[in-house]
Design a protein around this ligand. Structure first.
Ligand code: WQD
Length: 334
């Protein structure tokens, strides 16, 4: 099967490309390098010893999408290409809705024109807003999102649902990620955000490396075990494998629209992350408690049972593995 991977050089895209190639899928990649690096292409080839076609371009450019579908017999699409910084989305809503929603409309139009109707879509736990129940199930109410990033993901989920309602020959899997962290065991690819990291773990690894002076802990007055924010951290390689499981579901079972949480079901606080990182890597992480960050919620972790049951998806890595691998990547990178 030939899989078109949009945003292939990004954090999740690159790790999924490795797992796809490891499982002998053929892939065609696309990236505009807005939040990734060109050298990731060769890193994926270095890890897998496999070759693949790659196109540099933007999902908002219909011509590049038309060209890709004309030059390659695509069987399915995994769509990662999106901006994903919550804080940034609050400051730049037009860019976020244009990039995250219009690009998917372009993609779906070209897929339909080429009669390619199988897609795995990268969504996010932010579609649950401030969740009304914990742990979060796929049936937990979505909406009341607290930022344009989360709202853009919710909009695309609605587009996909309406598309499926209009034509049941589409085959769609929506994956709602919790908090992906860690890196490929080789240390060759990992989370490498442009600029100062918005997310916790890449910020911690840059403090460990001495690139940043100390970690700001955004509030310790939440209603959680130690007052700091609790999240469901999942190893990025586990997350990548979850995409293979989703593809296999779409390949082997009746056409449909499926939605799965991809998480571990375990909640870890910011202080848990600091303590665990210090323990497994034997490095002190200086931190200061500061004000809460706008848009943050106290607690967010998944009930992963639906993906376990229907995708036969079980995570292999624990928090110690994730933080060891995250540091291993940071140590090896510039
Ligand atoms: C985690 C915890 C912060 C940074 C977002 C998106 C989600 C996904 C992952 C794309 C929170 C605290 C953080 C720091 C801190 N993105 N924190 N100091 O906000 O849970 O999720 O990123 O797929 O969709 O919503 O992740 O890593 O930013 O924050 O104290 O410097 O760490 O308050 O409790 P978040 P995060």
């Amino acid at each position: 099967m030939k899989i078109f991977v949009t945003g292939m050089c990004g954090y999740i895209g690159s790790h999924t490309a490795v797992e796809l190639l490891n499982q002998n899928y053929e892939i065609v990649g696309l990236d505009n390098f807005s939040n990734s690096k060109k050298e990731t292409i060769d890193k994926i080839k270095q890890i897998t010893k496999k070759d693949f076609k790659f196109y540099e371009g933007d999902m908002l450019d219909k011509n590049i999408l038309t060209k890709i579908f004309k030059e390659n017999k695509i069987d399915a699409v995994i769509d990662f290409a999106a901006y994903k910084a919550v804080g940034d989305s609050v400051k730049n809503p037009i860019e976020y809705y244009t990039n995250n929603v219009s690009s998917v409309l372009n993609l779906l139009k070209i897929m339909k024109e080429n009669n390619v109707k199988t897609i795995v879509f990268s969504s996010s736990a932010t579609v649950y807003g401030n969740p009304e129940e914990m742990p979060i199930k796929e049936t937990t109410k979505t909406g009341n999102t607290t930022n344009p990033y989360g709202t853009s993901k919710l909009m695309v989920e609605k587009i996909l649902k309406d598309l499926y309602e209009s034509d049941n020959s589409w085959n769609i899997c929506i994956l709602r990620y919790f908090n992906p962290i860690g890196a490929h065991k080789s240390g060759i690819i990992g989370e490498d955000p442009n600029g100062i990291p918005a997310n916790l773990v890449p910020y911690v690894t840059q403090v460990a490396k001495g690139k940043l002076e100390y970690l700001k802990v955004f509030g310790n007055d939440y209603n959680t075990k130690d007052g700091t924010g609790v999240r469901d951290y999942i190893h990025v390689v586990d997350l990548a494998i979850g995409h293979i499981k989703a593809l296999q579901k779409l390949e082997n079972e009746k056409k449909g629209l499926y939605i799965y949480n991809l998480g571990t079901g375990k909640g870890s606080s910011v202080l848990d992350i600091i303590k665990t990182f210090e323990k497994v890597n034997n490095i002190k992480i200086p931190y200061k408690i500061t004000e809460r960050r706008d848009g943050d919620i106290a607690t967010c972790y998944s009930d992963p049972s639906k993906a376990q049951k229907e995708l036969n998806f079980k995570v292999q890595y624990n928090l110690e593995d994730m933080l060891k691998d995250a540091w291993n990547y940071e140590k090896n990178s510039q």
